[in-house]
Write a protein that binds this ligand. Structure first.
Ligand SMILES: Nc1nc2c(ncn2[C@@H]2O[C@H](COP(=O)(O)OP(=O)(O)OP(=O)(O)O)[C@@H](O)[C@H]2O)c(=O)[nH]1
Ligand SMILES: [Mg+2]
Length: 347
């Protein structure tokens, strides 16, 4: 493959992009080399994450948003993450069908991604796909993740803008929306607003946002968790010079993805958030936070792979070692420390 593939990806060649994604999925060393060559040419795309409970309408909204961006002349990449699926990098899931209208549009590139069994987890493999689509020249990358487990929180370290999709009738106490999800939301879409209970859902969300304001009176954006370090880095880069009032109030937009009602308002709110990011210096901060978590994910995968290889070499298969640990004939703390020391090169 070599540099030919890299050049074709940079030229936006769909088949080259798909090929590279497959190779990444198969963990081919050549794919990693290609990613390295692409890296300096990435960082241009705006990454928008959509998360929400299963069936909330994320794919339907994504489909509508694709239409919006295409009409505005922007190219779009879509990554539909299905953490329950073993398939990776292939466009085989139902989402593809839901976004069928755009399947033949060369300005739209859609991939589904399963993450089961990957050492680096969701963030690592999704970040790789984002990088490839970015290198392909996609202006906007929409990442759909089902709101289960940690994945929905992880989307915050991957996206510039996080849209949380809520639906009416999720229960009578403050929804099934967890505190962590409230914190990562830059915008709320109350989808299926054609259904009963939408106003109630909007009021619940308003109440939760009000609480959040009281808990965080400074209006500091809690996005990305590790604000401290990233903020320092952004400040050093001069991005934060004096932007004291960069507080962003997450808007709540009612949508009916089926009819398209409210989708323009949602798209405008997403654009407004993008403009806010740029004007406030927050974009630079989030870019640093994204780079940070991507780097840590790569590092974690690397170190873990080295440690496990070492383990196999010296102590036998992981399953066997686990059996010994379970039988209390081996000590997990001591084993882990010894392996870590060896990986560090300081036995
Ligand atoms: N009544 C109503 N139904 C909707 C609306 N939006 C989506 N749906 C329906 O809800 C179902 C789920 O929509 P999807 O777009 O697949 O939802 P999703 O969040 O992507 O689902 P998963 O990816 O499986 O978690 C489909 O049958 C849609 O037709 C809406 O605004 N109103
Ligand atoms: Mg979906």
């Amino acid at each position: 493959m070599g540099s030919g593939l890299v050049d074709r990806v940079l030229a936006g060649d769909v088949r080259a992009g798909a090929r590279l994604m497959r190779d990444l999925d198969d963990r081919l060393p050549s794919a990693e080399v290609a990613l390295r060559a692409l890296w300096p040419r990435t960082g241009r795309a705006l990454v928008v994450g959509l998360t929400g409970s299963p069936g909330a309408g994320k794919s339907s909204l994504t489909d509508r948003l694709i239409g919006h961006h295409r009409r505005a002349g922007r190219t779009v990449g879509v990554i539909a993450v299905d953490p329950t699926s073993p398939f990776s990098g292939g466009a085989i899931l139902g989402d593809r069908i839901r976004m069928q209208d755009h399947a033949t549009d060369p300005g739209v590139f859609i991939r589904s991604l399963g993450t089961r069994g990957h050492l680096g987890g969701l963030s690592r493999s999704t970040a790789d796909l984002v990088a490839v689509m970015d290198a392909m020249g996609k202006d906007v990358i929409l990442v759909e993740t089902v709101g289960v487990g940690q994945d929905e929180i992880e989307i915050a370290s991957l996206a510039h803008t996080v849209v949380v999709v809520a639906v009416p009738g999720m229960g009578d106490d403050v929804q099934a929306i967890k505190a962590g999800v409230m914190e990562i939301a830059d915008l709320f879409a109350v989808n299926k607003a054609d259904r009963e209970g939408a106003e109630r859902t909007v009021r619940d969300l308003q109440g939760m946002l009000e609480l959040r304001r009281i808990v965080q009176p400074s209006g500091r954006d809690p996005h990305h968790g590790h604000a401290g370090l990233a903020e320092v880095a952004a400040a050093e880069a001069g991005a934060f010079a004096d932007a004291p009032s960069e507080a962003w109030e997450p808007p709540i937009v009612r949508t009916v993805a089926l009819s398209g009602q409210g989708v323009e308002a949602l798209a405008e709110a997403i654009d407004a958030h993008g403009a806010h990011l740029a004007a406030s210096g927050e974009k630079a901060r989030r870019d640093v936070a994204r780079a940070r978590s991507a780097f840590v994910a790569i590092l974690r995968e690397r170190l873990l792979a080295s440690a496990l290889a070492r383990l196999e070499l010296e102590l036998g298969r992981l399953d066997h070692v686990a059996e010994r640990i379970a039988a209390r004939t081996a000590d997990p703390y001591q084993l882990a420390e010894e392996l870590a020391a060896r990986v560090r090169g300081t036995p």
